[in-house]
Design a protein around this ligand. Structure first.
Ligand SMILES: [Zn+2]
Ligand SMILES: [Zn+2]
Length: 287
């Protein structure tokens, strides 16, 4: 099977490939968390998982109804009509796939920075950060409107870039899997973490981003490739208080009971705290 046959097969079986990748990765991370827990959870796991996974179900349903074709459909249209950079240059197919995955990842990094900087977007993104624990379910916990805006941004990126359809499928599969990996509450040997975090964002690297401290929260924005934080100056090695003692969540959101309706309402009820860029007290520092 060559690469174009393989990509035809992936595109033809996309829903099944997506669902099995999600379930397989989820089960693997959930098991790993049981045998090598990194931190004790603060909130009861059953209640948290029910809320977080209900939000995933709401999001999946909403996206199927609102934007069923999504980024993959947009890539197919762009290919057909010759839109976007890569549909207008002749480069080998495998190179186009690799370039597309890397450029889309940079797009997601920039979008994540934007969600932290702009107060109205931060309100939506707070739902991800308000989780008082950090585990595999946190990785998929995003407000429905954030998911929809992200999809819009990704579709715009696809129109500009003109990636092969399979590159978009691969990108979404990989991002989904790495998000579950880098939010997992798992203990990796420190030496392995040091090597691995040159290739992929590790749980210890992304956990820093979930700190209640504003300057730690405003670092390590990468979800997949770790290079953007290092290249663009947002990388932070470790949390000041250490991984076991750092506090996770948002300093202005003390609730540990966060049912589904609370998650959906948070952007419209809570304050932004001092996290977005125009709320930072630059004179004082933020400890
Ligand atoms: Zn964030
Ligand atoms: Zn996160």
């Amino acid at each position: 099977m060559d690469i174009s046959e393989l990509s035809d097969w992936i595109i033809a079986n996309e829903p099944a490939v997506r669902l099995s990748a999600f379930l397989g990765m989820f089960a693997a991370m959930a098991l790993w968390e049981l045998v090598a827990e990194r931190r004790h959870l603060r909130a009861p796991k059953g209640r948290r998982w029910l809320a977080n996974l209900s939000l995933v179900a709401v999001n999946t349903l909403a996206m199927r109804l609102l934007l069923p074709a999504a980024a993959v459909g947009m890539a197919a249209i762009a290919t057909e009509r010759g839109w976007g950079l890569l549909n207008n240059v002749s480069i080998p197919y495998p190179v186009a796939i690799v370039v597309s995955v890397i450029v889309l990842d940079l797009g997601i990094y920039l979008q994540h920075v934007m969600f932290h900087a702009v107060p109205a977007l931060w309100r939506l993104h707070m739902v991800h950060h308000a989780d008082v624990d950090f585990d595999v379910t946190t990785g998929s916990r995003f407000h429905t409107i954030e998911i929809a805006i992200s999809m819009g941004v990704k579709m715009a990126a696809v129109v500009a870039l003109g990636p092969p359809v399979v590159a978009v499928v691969i990108f979404e599969l990989v991002l989904n899997a790495t998000a579950m990996f880098n939010h997992a509450n798992v203990r990796l040997p420190l030496a392995a973490d040091r090597v691995l975090r040159w290739i992929v964002v590790t749980p210890d690297m992304h956990r820093v981003h979930h700190s209640v401290k504003s300057r730690e929260c405003n670092s390590n924005f990468g979800f997949n490739l770790p290079w953007w934080d290092r290249l663009l100056g947002t990388y932070r090695d470790q949390p000041a208080a250490g991984h076991e003692h750092m506090q996770i969540g948002l300093s202005h959101v003390p609730e540990t009971r966060q049912p589904l309706h609370w998650l959906l309402a948070l952007p419209f009820t809570g304050s932004t705290g001092e996290y977005p860029i125009n709320r930072q007290d630059f004179d004082r520092g933020d400890d």
